[in-house]
Design a protein around this ligand. Structure first.
Ligand code: GMH
Ligand code: CA
Length: 160
């Protein structure tokens, strides 16, 4: 378990077998390099890194900025990834846009590549397409999702 290792994830710690997978991932997350690089703007989940720069903008701005950086807007695909997104939203007290929208077909939420979403964490009553203008998805500090106008200016959160 994660808690069994020292907080510094010292080199050559027990369990550092060089294997790919969970053991190595835990050590990576505890290494001072990753602690430094992810504090306070990033989170590592499995082989995915979520990172904000603090920039705020509308959906198109944020989508473009993430792509220019070689990543894409955060697109959590399970509870663990969503919890990482939530933690960044909570830390910064600013909600983020996901790389998910129903711009193409109202009511059918897809990733940026157009594929249907495999995971969601909607706030009860959402998505409601309020006033008929909500095609993007924001995450609250509770981790719950709300569809929101893509013209809102929210915090950037990319995944790499
Ligand atoms: C409406 C109501 C609220 C809800 C908002 C939100 C806007 O104003 O249904 O309860 O919180 O819409 O969905 O995105
Ligand atoms: Ca809504």
């Amino acid at each position: 378990p994660k808690g069994d290792r020292g907080p510094t994830g010292e080199k050559g710690a027990k369990g550092d077998t060089g294997d790919r997978g969970e053991c190595q991932q835990n050590n990576l997350e505890l290494s001072p390099y990753f602690l430094a690089l992810t504090f306070p703007n990033g989170k590592i989940v499995g082989d995915k890194i979520f990172m904000t720069s603090g920039y705020e903008g509308n959906f198109d701005d944020l989508k473009k900025k993430c792509m220019q950086a070689g990543g894409q807007l955060a697109s959590p695909r399970n509870n663990e990834e969503n919890a990482a997104v939530q933690q960044i939203v909570f830390t910064h007290d600013k909600s983020v846009f996901l790389g998910i929208n129903d711009i193409q077909t109202e009511g059918k939420f897809t990733y940026l590549d157009g594929k249907p979403i495999v995971y969601s964490n909607w706030q009860p009553g959402e998505p409601n397409n309020d006033k008929g203008i909500e095609d993007c998805v924001q995450v609250f500090s509770t981790g719950k999702w709300n569809d929101k106008s893509c013209d809102e200016r929210l915090l950037i959160l990319c995944e790499f």
